[in-house]
Design a protein around this ligand. Structure first.
Ligand code: PRE
Length: 274
């Protein structure tokens, strides 16, 4: 695929950039943004054809605000992508870890490397927009004493030296990304996974009954997340990912849930990449 415009959060060398290239090829035009909100907006307005958005990490957990963005901007999930994440601590060439008094990175990256920095209590950890943007800034501003946590590709692009290798807490660390579009149609012909939102009234056992109905219909729940309903304090909607073999049965179950429990919104039907 070429000439497509793909919105990402981050600059070249970021993990989002890597996922965009892996999915759409080197020919695509990357539209970099500083926030996930702007990424979502650019797809909703048609400025970008698709977006790449991190949604959860195997160490740090879900990126909750992104669920709300998909919902609010009425976006559709068309695919998913699991990227193995290895974090490197990098600085200007010649700098040693003893020289570093501050490390900046994306908050999710800092969370994934927390144990490494427990041995360096004097290093201040600071949130920044994305991993590669810090690497770029260190290189252009020639900052000494400051380190970035980013990918080895970012170190290569911006000419930094890796002074801490694979510093993520758990060596096998994955981030799940989703590919978003604005149109509702163009689902793959044989989806076996869906992301849905169910808003149920707070009745005793309501969630248990909903989950039983799903399980009785062979819908395997792979993820569940509760999100506050903003207009109604202390009420929650459930975002769920479900994997299935029988698409027709999945559709019938969605109708059944709608009848018995409340509003169902399908964010996307796609192929599981796990
Ligand atoms: O900063 C980046 O490079 C990103 O692509 C962001 C991001 C995230 O949003 O979680 C992507 C993957 C990693 O888990 C850490 C950071």
């Amino acid at each position: 695929m070429s000439n497509l415009k793909i919105a990402i959060q981050g600059v070249p060398g970021s993990f989002h950039h890597q996922v965009a290239l892996a999915n759409f090829g080197e020919e695509t035009e990357i539209l970099p943004f500083n926030t996930f909100e702007l990424v979502a907006k650019s797809v909703a307005t048609g400025d970008a054809d698709f977006a790449v958005m991190a949604i959860e990490n195997s160490i740090a957990g879900a990126i909750l605000p992104n669920y709300e963005l998909i919902d609010r901007y009425e976006l559709t999930i068309r695919d998913e992508f699991y990227l193995p994440i290895a974090h490197q601590l990098m600085a200007l060439p010649g700098q040693k870890i003893e020289d570093i008094h501050e490390v900046r990175s994306h908050p999710m990256a800092l969370l994934q490397c927390k144990s490494f920095f427990a041995q360096y209590p004097d290093i201040i950890l600071k949130d920044d927009v994305d991993t590669a943007a810090v690497a770029k800034q260190i290189a252009t501003e020639k900052w000494t004493g400051i380190g970035a946590i980013a990918s080895s590709i970012a170190a290569e692009i911006y000419g930094l030296e890796i002074i801490g290798k694979n510093i993520q807490t758990v060596q096998s660390n994955f981030t799940r990304f989703i590919i978003l579009q604005s149109q509702k149609e163009t689902n793959p012909s044989n989806p076996n996974k869906a992301s849905i939102k169910v808003t149920i009234q707070n009745n005793k056992g309501g969630l248990a009954k909903l989950l039983t109905l799903m399980s009785d219909n062979d819908l395997d729940l792979s993820k569940i997340q509760s999100i506050p309903v903003i207009q109604k304090p202390w009420e929650y909607a459930f975002f769920m990912d479900t994997v299935f073999e029988d698409y027709v049965k999945f559709k019938q179950t969605m109708i059944e849930i709608q009848k018995r429990f409340g509003e169902v919104k399908i964010f996307g039907e796609y192929i599981s990449r796990k």
